[in-house]
Write a protein of this length. Structure first.
Length: 355
């Protein structure tokens, strides 16, 4: 049968507690999702809010039948943890389990991705609204068939989840390398890395800033008409970082697969001269986020420039003979490629089974 989303669920839009009230944010106990968290598939969001914020701001909470849907810029469904909250860029969909299973609706949204994207409005930050979402018509088979489809796809999702956990452990290890081997003395990061500004070199695919996360490669697009921002060719054995404040997008280019694309000039391409793992650990750390924020220029789209980058500092390593631990970084790229291949398999299964 065909049904509108609003006929099989209840949709609730999230809220942001006042940032002027420190009691809403200090010693937070409730996970609070943002579009950024969902875009990076963070099961546990970076921010927490207090029970007082939940009570006084009437914050909506998720339950075991809730699906979140990011409606701004990164348009995608997400399965959250229970009793979490979320901001106004996200809709909560509480499904009627007599008609549809939450996991099946999640798959159905992936199946309808192209259709939903065609309904987006806006150019700078494309988005949909609750009206578009609630009136989306989907086909719903029997509960039994929904469960059979879930049983086929879930083992591959568990494989992907295991790979994501491996990546998370390596990321934490890199952060530890930076923390353990850092001294109190600061030096300019430009002493340890150099910026590469190699331009477009007739590549077939383009990677926009929206397709890179924290050690996360989300995809590429075929170049049909060359964009002015598609003008950065990364060097092998280097890092790309986002210039914009508020997003700490970092990705290593240690495999030829990722080198063979042209990237947005919204990135800086950094070539480490030594201490590769130590530097990547720094780029993933709170120190880098803080230092980057102190040096940005502009207001509306505040970002780091090549000039301000020269003022960026890093704690000097306590020893000069830290081994070139590139194996960890190379492994990150290998894991990411396997995740992408697994994700493609999952998407193909969804497109075949959900119709």
């Amino acid at each position: 049968m065909f049904k509108k989303i609003k006929e099989i669920s209840k949709i609730t839009i999230g809220k942001t507690p006042s940032t002027n009230n420190s009691k809403f944010w200090k010693n937070g106990e409730v996970y609070w999702y943002t579009v950024y968290d969902i875009s990076n598939n963070l099961l546990y969001p970076k921010k927490l809010i207090s029970f007082l914020a939940i009570k006084e701001n009437n914050q909506p909470l998720t339950n075991n039948n809730s699906l979140l849907y990011s409606m701004v810029r990164y348009i995608k469904p997400f399965i959250p943890i229970e009793n979490s909250s979320f901001n106004q860029g996200i809709a909560k969909i509480d499904v009627n389990t007599d008609i549809i299973l939450r996991k099946y609706l999640y798959y159905n949204f992936i199946f309808n991705k192209r259709k939903i994207n065609s309904l987006r409005k806006g150019s700078t930050f494309p988005s949909i609204n609750s009206y578009i979402l609630s009136n989306l018509i989907i086909f719903i088979p029997s509960i039994e068939k929904q469960q059979r489809i879930i049983d086929i796809i879930e083992p591959f999702e568990k494989l992907k989840s295991n790979l994501e956990e491996q990546k998370e452990k390596i990321m934490n290890l890199l952060k530890c390398i930076y923390k353990i081997f850092s001294s109190k003395e600061e030096v300019f990061l430009s002493e340890l890395v150099k910026i590469s500004s190699t331009k477009y070199d007739n590549q077939k695919y383009y990677v926009d800033t929206s397709n890179i996360g924290i050690l996360n490669f989300k995809g590429k697009e075929i170049i049909t008409k060359l964009k002015s921002r598609a003008n950065l060719t990364p060097t092998l054995d280097s890092f790309i970082i986002s210039k914009m404040i508020g997003e700490n997008k970092v990705f290593p280019i240690y495999d030829l697969y990722f080198k063979n694309f042209v990237y947005s000039t919204g990135f800086l391409n950094l070539i480490p001269l030594k201490f590769e793992a130590y530097i990547l650990g720094y780029l993933l750390s709170d120190d880098f986020i803080k230092n980057k924020g102190n040096l940005v220029t502009g207001t509306l789209m505040a970002s780091l420039t090549n000039s301000s980058f020269n003022n960026l500092k890093i704690k000097r390593p306590i020893v000069e003979n830290i081994s070139k631990t590139t194996q960890l970084i190379t492994l990150l790229n290998k894991i990411e490629i396997t995740i992408m291949q697994t994700n493609t398999l999952i998407t193909n299964l969804i497109n075949k089974l959900v119709n």
